[in-house]
Structures are given as C-alpha cells and as structure tokens.
Ligand binder design. Structure first.
Ligand code: ACM
Ligand code: ZN
Length: 746
C-alpha cells in the first residue's frame, strides 16, 4: 500500500520525443474531459482549432473555443514581451484550472500542443474514440525550444510515387515530432511528379515510365507516353493537389521545400522534351547510349538558352505554388561528359570564358540563383554546387559527408547537413541504426562558433529506388525519424540514448496508434546454425518489448501473425529451416530471421591453401544458381572478394572451398555485399543476402566442432558500386575478413 502511494506521488518521467529543454514534474495531474474548454483569441485561434481537431478522434470531444479565460481550460496565450521563446519556443504549465501554453508565435503554441498530446495517455493518438481512458495530464512546468531552425525530412517521390493521402500522413508524423521542413524531391530520372501548366508533356510523358521487372532499373528507363499501351508505372500531383498539401503543411507549421532537380538526374525531362537535351553528333550520341537501354542521353544541355528559359518558367510556376523562401534545385551527380562533346555547351563555355564543365554547371546554377533572388527567394542545392564556384546567395545541403557543409559554412554560407553517414534513411538499419542516427551532431567540430551558426540544421533523406510502397517508407523512416527529431530539436546536454530508448518504448505505442509500419528489430537467434542431435536448441537473445511476440515456422514458410508464438527454446530433431519474426500489437512486423538446423560433419581429407574463384558476365537481378558457373574457369585465391572485377558492372562471382573452423567454439560470420550474395555450408543455404542493394551485411552465428566444412559464396553485381566481403569474429578473434588460414581446397 505504501509502495503504491509512493508510486502515485513520484513525479512521472516525461516520455516526450523530442525531449524538451527543461521539465519540472510536480505532484498530481490535471484531468481533461468533454467539459474542458480551449481559450484562445486572435492569432492563437487557428492553433486552438488544430488542438481541438487533434484531440477529437481519440476522445470524441469537440472542445469549444472561448475568448474569455475560464476554469478547466487549455489556454493558448501569446506573450510577445518575452523574446526568450524565440520563433518556435513555448512554455507549458499546468495549474489548478487546467493547462497554459504560452509562446510568442503560432508555431510555438503549436509545439506546446504537440507536447500536450504526448503528455496524455498514448490512446490520444488513436483515430477512433477510446472509452475508459482517464485523460490526465501530469502536473508540470516546462520550457522548451528547438536548437535548430531546419528540422527536416526529405522524400523522393520520383523513383516511386506516393499518393496524396500518404503525403498528408507523412506531414502529420513530422508535426508530431516537431519537425518543420518537408523537402519534397518532386522530379528525377524516375518520373516528373508535379503538374506544370506551361509544359504538359512533363506529366503526360515524363510522369509515366514503362514498368520495370525490378523496383528500379536505371538502365531501363522508357517514357513512351502515358497511353502507350504498355504497362506503365507513375503518377503526379496536380497543382490543385499541391496547393492542398502546401496548406495542410502550413496548418502544421511545416514548410515544404520543393526540389526541382537540375541539371543532372533528368532522364524523364529529356524524354518529355528531347530538344532540351544536349545535341552531340549522332556518333557521340550513339556511343553515349550504347548498352544503357535508354532512348537518348539523359543530360539536359547547359548551353542552350532555351533550357534556362524552360527552368525559369518551371520555377515561376513552382514559386506560385510553394511559399517557401528556399527552393531546392538539386545540382547533384550531374555527369558532365556529354557537355564536353556538345556544341551548345562548348559555345556557352567559350562565350563566358569558363574553363571546365564544373564551371559550366556553376554558371548554370548562378543563373538560377539570380533568378530566384530576383523573385525574393533563395536557392539551395546539394553540395556539388560548390564545385565550380558557389553562387552568391546559395545555401548548401551537405550530403557527401560533411566537408561540403564545412567549406560552405567557412565561406559564410548557410548549410543544411544531411550526410550519408547518419541521414540516409534509404540505407538499411544494419548500416544506419536508430542509435547511430540519434548520435548525430549537426555542427562539425571544425567550425568556429560563428561559422557554426550557418548550420541551419539537418534533415534525413528517403531515396526511393528500392522503397516502393508507403509501408516501406514508414519502415525506413521510423523509429529513425524520432531519433533525428531529437538530434535537431534537443540541446546536446539533454540528449541521452538510454533515456531516449526508454521513451521509445512508450512512443512505439503512439506509432502503433498512428498506424505506422515502423521498423522492428528482428529476433536475434542465439545461434543461426543449429546442429541436429547436438542438444542445441533454437533460442532467441532479445525478448521483444512491451506486448510484442516472436512467431515462427519450421517448414521454411514466412511467419505470419497467426504462426506459433515462441515461448521457450525449440528443440530440433531433424534438419529444418526455422523462420521467425517479431510482431507488434499494432501490426508492425520485423524482418524475418532464418535459422538452419543441419546435420553436418567436418571433412578430414588433406587440403591445399586457397579457394576457387569464378566469374560470369551478365546483367543479373539476383544471385545466379551455382550451376551457372559450371563452365567458368576457376583460379585459386586466398581471400573472398570481387578480385579483378572491382569497378566493373554486370557480373556474378562464385567462391568455393572449405572453411576451416580453427577451434571448437562460437564464431560469427558476416557476409557483406553490393549487390546481393548468398552463402552455403555443406549444401545448406545459411546466409541469404540476395537482391539488389547497396553494401549490406547478414550474419551467421554458429558453434561447430573444429574442422573443415565445404562452403560456397555467390554474389552478383548490377550497376554502381560493388563489393563482396566475408568477415569472421570469434572469442579470441576481433571481426576481420576471413584470413587465408581459414580458406582451403582439396
Ligand atoms: C544525393 O543523394 N544524390 C543527393
Ligand atoms: Zn549541351
């Protein structure tokens, strides 16, 4: 009884994400109910309406908004005499009469409202009326404001199109996390997604590509027009829809920064208006597109005046739709080799005394910069815009690491940080974990305090080459977006990963109610390879948090929400493939963990050093069968990799031999590759890391008796970067690539 009473009066720890600047918990709580009123006058009224609408679905209340102070009220109060709030800060205080939220801007009041929502029971995030909930707000005095003015999330809707209702949900989630910039990547090679009245072919042609057999195949982009009769993939937003989304975001104090990517990444644009492409000789053109599968070179021309005219007309319509001060013009990854062979580009270079193609790009970007400035806007672009000299008024988005951001800030230019090291949410959780995102510090130590003030903030990017559906976007976004929200809102002295992890447990319940398909860490098996008859059992290391369940199958099929629930270690009496996943109460499911139960014996015949390495050429989309290598010549190598195929595309490699387990004990192997790879031990598929992807590792933790075991690795490379690595880690062995002493053949 005493214990219960103590608990009742212990100040409750806040579970607010992002963590507020200062929080003083007091005893007791304030009850809200259907008789609560909202008090707001003047400019506070729109925020009061948002508060009413955000409380309505879960509570069923339609709280009245009163102009006069009253009892039992949530009061939204402007205090314009106090500059300490800044443009987005607020104070939240409970009183005997209710809750006061005080700020000197609407945005500040709105963030107070978001905090209030998170102080209510998690059911506040439900979209249907929740009965039997006591809507208590713990008593508190809180002062809060963000560290950075740019707290952003990017979404690429070109490679894969996202429908309007999803964009609204996406904006809702940003608002919950007090993020305030939505960087909307509207155009790219994969499709043009914004209606431009002056150029209808951008969406009649450029918004529709022939559906590809894989999610994304850059070398097979075809835009024959929406009604070509072929199976098409695409979509776009009409200007009316864009206006609706802009308003929707404004109502949530979110600025949409539209990106009109130029001059690279423009396959869809040149397909729509070929006359805007470079005009090299027929011979150069043929050479340029040979082997790409594309109909024409995808480079817009940096020399033709018509191209600049085109972009200014597009930007004029874009500015008419988006009130954002910043307009993003892309500028990244522009291959300039065709410019070097285009008479129009070369004529421009000569006329302007430009020495390099990088300078030609800068000349192009400067043109856009002065155009945007003449309309009262500012240009922002990816860090490549630094290369030929930065336009006067431009701001830089640093993505290839942080050096572009450092250089720009040192030159006195504004910067938004979005480095691949922490902010690329298209990267797997294995490479960019939630904890790693959380640790992100946007101001590089290289900057002085004054230079550091040019860092406006940070954002994460969601590129959708391999992310085709809203559910997949959600999974890549959360919980990492919650971690980033805290990295850009909360002062470093208030950041604490273990406390964040604790709050995340509650926050998952909010995400469940918001219907977000967030990433759930997969079950981690104590051993991924179990020897039948060894008394080893299938067991898991990570009991799932709050209400989640591990479910599994033993027939190789994918587990579902109705598969057997794991309650204790599973004995195995015969070879089997066990697949397990964690299921959250809201429906979110983890990746599948596969455990192999096998019967294998070490091979005792004599061995020679090295393993066999074979390669075959071909544009593979997944690992070919081992039999495909039957006629390829083998060489003996002493390590596992792509060997002499580094830097090449379109091939597959097979490495075979014996792996020598040096001592009895536990070893973990990690098979890493770009693109896919697989590993077999004694004919059993034990690591499946197949499919098109950037560098990603999958692990195999096992305990085998010392000895030689036959193994095989297959990997394939589509386009872009390539790698193949097999790592090993043991009790007396730090993680390192498998050494020659473990690689043998007969
Ligand atoms: C980028 O990731 N190409 C900006
Ligand atoms: Zn050109």
């Amino acid at each position: 009884m005493i214990f219960a009473a103590l608990c009742l009066f212990a100040p409750s720890l806040p579970t607010i994400i992002p963590a507020p600047l200062s929080y003083n918990a007091e005893e007791g709580s304030v009850r809200l109910d259907a008789k609560t009123i909202i008090v707001a006058v003047g400019d506070a009224k729109p925020v009061a309406e948002r508060l009413r609408e955000e409380l309505r679905p879960a509570t069923g209340w339609a709280l009245p908004i009163h102009a006069k102070t009253g009892k039992h009220a949530i009061s939204l109060i402007f205090d314009t005499t106090n500059a300490s709030y800044g443009p987005e800060g607020y104070r939240l205080e409970t009183t005997d009469d209710g809750v006061n939220i005080i700020a000197n801007t609407q945005a500040g009041l709105f963030y107070g409202v978001q905090t209030l929502r998170q102080m209510l029971p998690v059911q506040a995030f439900d979209h249907t009326v929740q009965h039997d909930v006591e809507w208590n707000v713990p008593r508190v005095k809180m002062f809060d404001k963000p560290r950075f003015p740019w707290r952003g999330m990017h979404l690429d809707v070109s490679r894969h199109f996202e429908p309007m209702p999803f964009i609204e949900r996406f904006i809702d989630w940003l608002a919950v996390h007090k993020m305030n910039v939505f960087h909307w990547h509207l155009v790219d090679d994969g499709g043009w997604r914004i209606e431009i009245k002056k150029y209808p072919k951008l969406t009649d042609v450029g918004a529709w590509r022939v559906e590809q057999p894989v999610k994304w195949d850059y070398s097979n982009l075809h835009f024959p027009g929406k009604n070509s009769g072929k199976k098409m993939y695409g979509g776009f937003y009409t200007q009316d829809e864009i206006r609706k989304i802009v308003k929707y975001a404004q109502d949530r104090y979110i600025t949409i920064v539209p990106e009109i990517e130029m001059p690279g990444h423009s396959t869809e644009l040149v397909a729509s208006y070929p006359e805007l492409g470079c005009s090299p000789s027929a011979e150069v053109k043929a050479k340029y597109i040979a082997g790409t599968g594309n109909d024409q070179p995808s480079m817009v021309c940096a020399g033709k005046p018509a191209v600049r005219e085109f972009y200014k007309n597009v930007l004029t319509e874009v500015m008419g739709l988006f009130p954002s001060k910043f307009i993003h013009i892309g500028g990244d990854e522009c291959p300039k080799d065709l410019w070097a062979q285009c008479p129009d580009c070369q004529a421009r270079k000569a006329a302007k005394g430009l020495k390099t193609e990088d300078e030609l790009q800068s000349d192009f970007i400067r043109d856009m910069d002065s155009f945007l400035v003449s309309k009262g806007r500012r240009l922002i672009g990816w860090d490549e815009i630094l290369e030929g000299g930065l336009a006067d008024n431009a701001a830089v988005m640093s993505w290839r690491g942080i050096s572009g951001g450092i250089a720009a800030a040192q030159a006195g230019k504004d910067v938004v940080m979005s480095p691949t090291s922490h902010c690329y949410f298209d990267f797997s959780y294995a490479s960019t974990s939630t904890e790693h995102v959380y640790s992100y510090e946007p101001i590089p130590t290289e900057l002085s305090e004054a230079q550091g003030r040019h860092v406006l903030g940070a954002q994460a990017n969601i590129w959708t080459e391999w992310i085709a559906t809203p559910q997949e976007v959600e999974r890549m976004m959360f919980p990492r977006a919650a971690a980033l929200a805290e990295a850009v809102w909360t002062e470093p002295t208030k950041k604490d990963w273990s406390d964040f992890s604790r709050r995340l447990v509650t926050h998952y319940q909010r995400l469940d109610r918001l219907g977000i398909n967030y990433y759930v860490e997969a079950p981690v098996a104590k051993s991924d390879l179990v020897l039948v008859g060894s008394h080893e059992q299938v067991a898991f290391e990570n009991p799932p948090v709050s209400g989640a369940t591990i479910r599994y199958t033993m027939d190789g099929s994918a587990p579902t929400a109705s598969s057997s629930a794991y309650t204790s270690p599973i004995p195995v009496t015969k070879p089997a493939v066990i697949k397990a996943a964690i299921f959250r109460p809201g429906g979110a499911m983890s990746e599948v963990t596969t455990i192999s139960a096998v019967s294998i014996q070490p091979d005792t015949t004599p061995k020679k050093p090295g393993v066999s390495w074979r390669v075959i050429e071909g544009n593979f989309k997944k690992c070919p069968e081992p039999s495909a290598f039957a006629t390829a010549a083998a060489k003996i190598v002493d390590g596992i990799g792509v060997s002499d195929h580094a830097g090449k595309d379109h091939f597959a490699v097979m490495v075979e031999g014996f792996i020598r387990i040096p001592t009895d004990g536990e070893f973990t192997f990690y098979l890493g590759s770009d693109d896919g790879s697989k590993m077999w031990i004694d004919g059993n598929l034990v690591i499946d890391n197949d499919g098109p992807h950037g560098y990603a590792e999958k692990r195999l933790k096992m305990r085998l008796p010392a000895g030689d075991y036959p193994f095989r690795v297959v990997m394939y490379e589509g386009d872009g970067a390539e790698s193949l690595k097999l790592w090993v880690e043991g009790a007396a062995m730090p993680k390192s690539q498998v050494p020659p002493s473990m690689l043998w053949s007969k």
